[in-house]
Design a protein around this ligand. Structure first.
Ligand SMILES: CN1c2c(nc(N)[nH]c2=O)NC[C@@H]1CNc1ccc(C(=O)N[C@@H](CCC(=O)N[C@@H](CCC(=O)N[C@@H](CCC(=O)O)C(=O)O)C(=O)O)C(=O)O)cc1
Ligand SMILES: N[C@@H](CCS)C(=O)O
Ligand SMILES: [Zn+2]
Length: 772
C-alpha cells in the first residue's frame, strides 16, 4: 500500500493563536503555563486533523514557539554563554536568543541587555530561522527532556503515532556560523554533535518512535568537500549505533543529484524523500540508486505554494515509482513542510468562487496527499476527487482572468532605452546634491515607523466599514504628520512618511494592482510571532491608478526636508506573493516592473525627489545552486528593477534596500541595479562583508544598517559609533549613509525615538570629525 505523509504542518493555527499567545506572554499578560497550554492545544489539533484526513505518516516536533532551528539549539545545549548566564527560565532563554532581551535592574535582579542571535532566510523562502552560533570551545549536550521526545509522547498519549522530525546534524552545522570572537568552522564540530543525535534517536526509539524524519535540506546545495565528507562519516557512525529507529532522510527545495553519491554511501536510510515539485526530473536517477529495500518518498504536493496539485501530473510520477519499486516502497508526501502555506481555505469566504477552486492550503493539501496515495493503487476509490481536480485544473487553464491583452501588448513593445538612467552616476550625483543639499553621513530610515495597535485597529474598522474612507484618510494623515514631526525633532536628514497606511509592504501593493486576489486568514509565519498574508497572483498584472502618491505628497508638503517615496520592488512583490505557476516568473516580474515604473514616474511628477524601491527578496530568488540558472535569474530580476526605476530625471535619487548583507555571490547584480543609494542590513554582520564594496571599487552610496531592528533594545551612541568606525575601514566617508538595518514597523515608539536619537548623535559626531 502506498502511504501518505505530511512533512510538517503550519503551527500558528487557523487564527494566529500562537502569535497572539506568544505576544501576550511577552507583554506579561499570560503566564508561561498558559503559553505552553496554547502550544499543546495547537499541536493536538494539527495532529488530529491530519489523522482524520487519513494521513498515515504525521510529523511531530514540527511545532516551535519561535523557530524549529532555535528548538534544536536549545535541545543540544548549543546556547551561547551570554544567554545561559542570565539565569532565566528555559522558555525565556529561548526567547532571549530569538529576539534579544533588555531589562532594567530590579531589586532582586540585575539589568539584562543581550542582543538576539542572527536570523536568516530559510533557503529561498520568506521564513527566517535562528542561526546556530557556535564558539571555539563549543560542546553539545542533549537536554534533559528533549522536546522531540516529549512532543512524540504527547501525541502518543492522544493515540496518534507520529514520525518525529529532526533537523539533521550536517544541516544544523552547515546552516550555523562561528560566534563573534570565535573562528570555528561549524562543520568541524560534527564528531562532537553525533553522540547527541545518537542519544536523542535512541531515546525516541525507546519512547516508541519506529521511524524518524531527519531533514538534510542542505543536500540540495553545492556543498564543500569537507561537508560532504562529514555527511558520510557522520551517518556511518550513526548507523553503527544500536537501537536506532528507522531514518528517513528528507531533502527539499531542489534536486540532490549532485550529492547522490552521499546517499549511495548511506544505504541504511530506510527512505529518501525528494522534492518533485521543484525537481521532478530527478526521480529517474533516484530510482536507479535506491538500495534494495529502500523506500522513496515523493514530494508531489507543493509545500511552498497554494495551487491545487495537478493530480494527473503527480500520478504520472507516483505510478512511475510504483512500477519501478512496488507500492510498498512508495510514499506520497508534501514536497516540504507545509509551514510556508496558509492554514485552510475553509476560512476564505471572500474569494471569487472560480478562483477559490484553484487553491489548496495546508488542510486541503493534507487531503491531497491522501487522495493521491489511494489513487496510486485504487483509482476507482477516489474517482470523484480525481474528476473534480481535473475540472479545476482545466477551468484555470481556460480562464479569461489570467489574460490581459493590453499588458501583454505593452510587454511586447519594451525597448532597451527603458532600462537605462539618462546619465551615469557622477552626473546624477551632482544634480541630486544641487537639489537635496545633504550633509556628509546623511541619516535616514528604511521607511516604516511603528505600526501601533491604534493604526491596525483603525484599519480593521475601515475594512469592516466602521470608519468611512474620509475618517480613515484623516487618521492616516495625522499619523503621517506625527511621523514627520518626530523625524524633524530627532534631526534626520531624509525623512519618510512612515507607511502607516500599509498593512504590509507587499500586500498593500498587491491590493492595488490588477491580477491579484487576497485572503482574509491566509497567514504564513515569517519569523517568530510575525506573520504575513501573501497576496496571490492569478492573472496579468497592471496598475489602474497611483498607489502611493497621495501619502508621499502629503508628507512632503509638511516639511522642507526631502521625503523619500517608498515602493516595494518587482522581485519582492513577486516572491512574497504566491506567484502564478502557469507562466514564467520573469514575465510576472516584467509586468510588475512596468506597473512600478508608472508609480515611480508619478511620484517624481508629484515633487518627490528621493524614491526608494525596496528589493529585500532579490537574494531569496537566487537559484540555490551556482550555475547558469543564477545568471539567467539575475538578468531578468535586475532588468525588472531597472525598468521600474530608469524613467526618472538625473536629479531624482533612487534608493534601494536589502535586509541581508550576503552579497558576495551576486554583488555584480546589486551593482547592476544602478541605484544611487543602497541601504543594507549589516548590524549583526562581520565587517569584512563590506570588503566587496572596496574590491569592486563601488562608486555609489551605501548605508549599512547601524542597529538591529528586530529587537526592542536601544543601541548606545558609543555602540553605533563603533559600527560606523568599522564601516569607514571599507567605505569612503563621502559615500556612507547612516540608517537602521530595516524598517521600524515592529518597534514601539519610545525605543524607536531613543535609538534614532543615538543614531543621529553618532552621525553628527563623524560629520564634525570629518569637517574638523
Ligand atoms: C520585511 N519583512 C517582510 C517580509 N515579508 C513581507 N510580506 N512583508 C515584510 O514586511 N519578509 C521579510 C521581513 C519579515 N518581517 C516582517 C516584519 C513584520 C511583520 C508583521 O508585523 N506582520 C504583522 C502583520 C502585518 C499585517 O498584515 N497587518 C494587517 C493586519 C493586522 C492585524 O493583525 N489586525 C488584527 C486586528 C488589529 C489588532 O488587534 O492588532 C486582525 O486582523 O485580527 C494590518 O496592519 O492591517 C503581524 O502582526 O505579524 C511581518 C514580517
Ligand atoms: N520600506 C520597508 C522595507 C522593509 S524590508 C519598511 O521600512 O518596512
Ligand atoms: Zn528590510
Amino acid at each position: 500500500m502506498v502511504k501518505s505523509s505530511v512533512l510538517g504542518f503550519p503551527r500558528i493555527g487557523p487564527n494566529r493563536e500562537l502569535k497572539k499567545a506568544t505576544e501576550s506572554y511577552w507583554a506579561g499578560k499570560i503566564s508561561a503555563e498558559q503559553l505552553l497550554e496554547t502550544g499543546k492545544s495547537l499541536r493536538l489539533a494539527h495532529w488530529k486533523l491530519q489523522k482524520d484526513a487519513g494521513v498515515e505518516i504525521i510529523a511531530s516536533n514540527d511545532f516551535a514557539f519561535y523557530d524549529q532551528v532555535l528548538d534544536h539549539i536549545q535541545m543540544f545545549n548549543a546556547v551561547p554563554e551570554r544567554y545561559t548566564n542570565l539565569g532565566l527560565a528555559p522558555i525565556d532563554t529561548y526567547f532571549a536568543m530569538g529576539r534579544g532581551l533588555q531589562r532594567a535592574a530590579a531589586e532582586d535582579s540585575p539589568a539584562i541587555d543581550v542582543t538576539s542571535l542572527e536570523m536568516v532566510k530559510w533557503f529561498d523562502s520568506n521564513y527566517h530561522y535562528v542561526r546556530p552560533t557556535l564558539s571555539d570551545s563549543q560542546t553539545f549536550r542533549l537536554a534533559e527532556k528533549p522536546k522531540a521526545v516529549s512532543d512524540f509522547l504527547e501525541a502518543k498519549q492522544e493515540g496518534i503515532h507520529t514520525r518525529p522530525v529532526l533537523l539533521g546534524p550536517v544541516s544544523f552545522l552547515h546552516l550555523g556560523k562561528a560566534d563573534r570572537n570565535s573562528s570555528v568552522d561549524p562543520i568541524t564540530l560534527i564528531d562532537q554533535l553525533i553522540p547527541v543525535y545518537q542519544d536523542l534517536l535512541q531515546q525516541l526509539k525507546s519512547a516508541g518512535a519506529d521511524s524518524v524524519q531527519i531533514d538534510e535540506p542542505v543536500l540540495v546545495l553545492d556543498l564543500p568537500d569537507k561537508t560532504r565528507a562529514a555527511f558520510k562519516a557522520a551517518y556511518k557512525t550513526l548507523f553503527e549505533s544500536s537501537n536506532l529507529p528507522e531514518l528517513v532522510v528528507a531533502t527539499y527545495f531542489g534536486d540532490i543529484l549532485h550529492n547522490l553519491d552521499l546517499l549511495k554511501a548511506t544505504p541504511q536510510f530506510k527512505a529518501i524523500h525528494i522534492d518533485l515539485v521543484r525537481a521532478p526530473a530527478q526521480l529517474d536517477d533516484i530510482l536507479q540508486v535506491l538500495a534494495p529495500t529502500q523506500i522513496i518518498s515523493l514530494g508531489v504536493v507543493d509545500g511552498r505554494n497554494i495551487w491545487k496539485t495537478n493530480f494527473e501530473n503527480a500520478l504520472a510520477l507516483i505510478r512511475k515509482a510504483v512500477s519501478a519499486v512496488g507500492s510498498d516502497r512508495v510514499i506520497v508526501a508534501t514536497s516540504s513542510s507545509l509551514l510556508h502555506t496558509p492554514h485552510t481555505l475553509a476560512s476564505e469566504a471572500g474569494l471569487p468562487e472560480e478562483v477559490r477552486n484553484w487553491f489548496s492550503f495546508a488542510v486541503e493539501k493534507t487531503a491531497e496527499v491522501k487522495i493521491l496515495a489511494v489513487a496510486a493503487t485504487a483509482e476507482q476509490d477516489v474517482a470523484h476527487e480525481l474528476q473534480s481536480n481535473k475540472a479545476a485544473i482545466e477551468n484555470r487553464k481556460n480562464s479569461l482572468r489570467t489574460n490581459d491583452s493590453v499588458v501583454q501588448a505593452r510587454q511586447r513593445e519594451l525597448s532597451p532605452d527603458l532600462y537605462k538612467r539618462k546619465s551615469e552616476f557622477p552626473v546624477r550625483l551632482s544634480a541630486q546634491q544641487a537639489k537635496l543639499n545633504l550633509p556628509l553621513f546623511p541619516t535616514t530610515t528604511i521607511g516604516s515607523f511603528p505600526q501601533t495597535k491604534e493604526i491596525r485597529l483603525a484599519r480593521q474598522k475601515f475594512t469592516k466599514g466602521q470608519l468611512s474612507a474620509d475618517e480613515y484618510e484623516d487618521f492616516i494623515k495625522k499619523e503621517i504628520a506625527f511621523v514627520i514631526k518626530q523625524q524633524e525633532e530627532i534631526g534626520l536628514d531624509v525623512l519618510v512618511h512612515g507607511e502607516p497606511e500599509r498593512n504590509d509592504m507587499v500586500q498593500y501593493f498587491g491590493e492595488q494592482l490588477t491580477g491579484f486576489v487576497f485572503t482574509t486568514h491566509g497567514w504564513v509565519q515569517s519569523y517568530g510571532s510575525r506573520c504575513v498574508r501573501p497576496p496571490i497572483i492569478v492573472g496579468d498584472i497592471s496598475r489602474p491608478k497611483p498607489m502611493t502618491v497621495k501619502e508621499s505628497q502629503y508628507a512632503q508638503g509638511l516639511t522642507s526636508r526631502p521625503v523619500k517615496g517608498m515602493l516595494t520592488g518587482p522581485i519582492t512583490v513577486l516572491r512574497w506573493s504566491f506567484p502564478r505557476d502557469d507562466i514564467h516568473q520573469s514575465v510576472q516580474a516584467e509586468q510588475l516592473g512596468l506597473a512600478l515604473r508608472d508609480e515611480v514616474n508619478d511620484l517624481e511628477k508629484a515633487g518627490i525627489n528621493v524614491i526608494q524601491v525596496d528589493e529585500p527578496a532579490l537574494r531569496e530568488g537566487l537559484p540555490l545552486r551556482k550555475g547558469t540558472e543564477r545568471e539567467k535569474y539575475l538578468d531578468w530580476a535586475v532588468k525588472s528593477f531597472r525598468l521600474a526605476t530608469s524613467g526618472v530625471s538625473d536629479s531624482t535619487q533612487i534608493h534601494s534596500h536589502f535586509c541581508y548583507s550576503e552579497f558576495q555571490d551576486f554583488f555584480h547584480a546589486i551593482a547592476a541595479l544602478d541605484a544611487d543609494v543602497l541601504s543594507i542590513e549589516y548590524s549583526k554582520s562581520d565587517s569584512k562583508l563590506l570588503k566587496v564594496f572596496i574590491e569592486d571599487a563601488y562608486p555609489r552610496h551605501i548605508g549599512p544598517g547601524v542597529y538591529d531592528i528586530h529587537s526592542p533594545r536601544v543601541p548606545s551612541v558609543e555602540e553605533i559609533k563603533g559600527k560606523i568606525e568599522e564601516m569607514l575601514q571599507y567605505l569612503r566617508a563621502d559615500q556612507l549613509w547612516i540608517d537602521p538595518d530595516c524598517g521600524l514597523k515592529t518597534r514601539q515608539w519610545p525605543e524607536t525615538i531613543a535609538a534614532l536619537e543615538n543614531m543621529v548623535a553618532a552621525a553628527k559626531y563623524f560629520r564634525e570629525k570629518e569637517s574638523a
